[in-house]
Design a protein. Sequence first.
Length: 159
Amino acid sequence: MPPATGSSARRLSWGLLARELSAFGVVGAICFAIDVLLFQVLYAHAGLGAVTAKLLATLASMSVAFVGHRFWSFSHRARTGLQRESVRFAVINGAALLLGLAVVGFVRYPLQQESALVLQLANIGSIALGTVIRYVGYRQWVFPAHPAAPEADVTTRMR
């Protein structure tokens, strides 16, 4: 089958991007629910500190996210090894986690907010910011595209 060219390649590319974004969104929504609910339970009901609750909630949702993204959202991309992908995934999520901890910590301590609602809003805002970092990082660095197929040589194309 000849490779897609022109507008058919663009349609295929946009279709693949739409499916990838949709799967990323579904996994993200599940992980968002885990993060928000676990943060609420740990902070408002278990009595943990806001930053500790954010850390534990994010670690739990991050574990679910790795499985969902590796085996569904980005399953069509190159497999570069579980260890490599895990380490890179952890680095990107570590950066997003530090951002989230900084936001929640800033709202809780310098701004002296103790309300579970206010801290949950800070948590949700940090998740939104982290989502952009995670999507770009996963797509470019953790689950890269397959290498481009080599062009057929001139003699093959001339037949």
